[in-house]
Design a protein around this ligand. Structure first.
Ligand code: NCD
Length: 325
């Protein structure tokens, strides 16, 4: 595995399966009365968040704490970044404090890559979402959720998602979640179809390892999982569709549409959901929607990534009796 996790495309099939398998071990810790491992004791992880986040930020922090790391949380709002400090100076401050890993979310595509390859900082860098570019741990937690649900937690060990048909629907243009999922799902052998209004399909999509369709109803019956994306208004500088109502009618998932999916198929959403826009409350609250499960799985995936990048020479999970010695 590479030293940093910047893009889902950095992962080989074996890297990705190793992360998913390690996350299964980590998930077992969540079932224990004391949800903590000593693995990263004495290590410091800094969460650098230049952009808003709920799930990803809390999830990384929970993962770090479950591995007993010391955690420093940095939010750009309220820091010297608002006074004009550059990423370089912020990075050098962290380096001077001796951090062992940096988790970064940034509005600019490429910021985590710059941080990892600039020489400003020595620690491994984990991308927690950069602009419209990549969000690799989201793709990993999505793949983990699909593998658990479609194959099973134990039966899934060592397995990829070969031949599974995954449909990703909505604002692909602005979505780092879609880009990361296309890369990772392809690596894991799945067949991906993107569905979006033509205005929200990125230029150059024909070079991506996936299909594109404009007709959601025709794709739904052939899907093992349907991932709904939020329309990212904060990244839009133009009108990409006439009205919200029209968008929902053609590209939103409601109960009638969900009924066209095969019985075993999942509805996924990375969050935050805009109920009534890309997904109705009926679908969001149904047993087929894995949105909440994805959040829980995110902690296990981030524990696995931190453990593997911070050089886990010792077993990640020792049994409780060995820990007591
Ligand atoms: C996504 C993100 O920030 O890229 N959310 C997440 O990380 N769970 C998707 C979004 O904001 O719509």
């Amino acid at each position: 595995m590479k030293r940093h996790l910047i893009s889902a495309a950095d992962l080989t099939r074996d890297d990705a399966v190793l992360i998913l398998d390690t996350a299964e071990e980590m998930a077992r810790v969540a079932d224990r009365p004391i949800k903590k491992l000593p693995t990263l004791r004495g290590r410091t992880v800094c969460n650098l968040f230049f952009e808003d986040s709920t799930r990803t930020r809390i999830s990384f922090e929970a993962a770090e704490k479950r591995l007993s790391a010391d955690v420093i949380n940095f939010a750009a709002k309220g820091s010297s970044v608002s006074k004009g400090e550059s990423l370089k100076d912020t990075a050098q401050t962290l380096e001077a404090m001796g951090v062992d890993a940096v988790v970064i979310r940034h509005g600019a595509s490429g910021a985590p890559y710059r941080l990892a390859n600039s020489g400003w900082i020595d620690a491994p860098v984990i991308n927690a979402g950069d602009g419209t570019h990549q969000h690799p741990t989201q793709a990993l937690l999505d793949a983990f959720t699909m593998r658990r649900r479609l194959i099973g937690p134990d039966a899934g060990i060592g397995q990829d998602l070969a031949g599974r048909r995954i449909t990703i629907v909505g604002d692909v243009l602005h979505s780092r979640v879609a880009r990361s999922n296309v890369d990772l799902l392809h690596t894991l052998g799945a067949e991906v179809t993107l569905v979006a209004p033509p205005t929200l399909v990125p230029v150059g999509v024909e070079t991506w390892p996936c299909e594109v369709s404009y007709d959601l109803d025709s794709v739904l019956p052939k899907s093992d999982a349907v991932m709904m994306l939020r329309v990212q208004r904060e990244r839009m500088n133009a009108a990409f569709f006439p009205t919200e109502r029209e968008y929902s009618r053609r590209y939103g998932l409601d109960g009638d549409r969900m009924a066209r999916m095969p019985g075993h198929a999942l509805v996924m959403h990375p969050g935050p959901m805009v109920r009534g826009m890309e997904i109705t409350a009926e679908v969001a609250d149904s047993g087929r929607c894995t949105a909440v499960e994805q959040v829980a799985n995110g902690v296990s995936i981030r524990m696995a990534v931190l453990y593997l990048l911070l050089g886990g020479n010792e077993p990640a999970v020792t049994n409780p009796r060995t820990e007591e010695k």
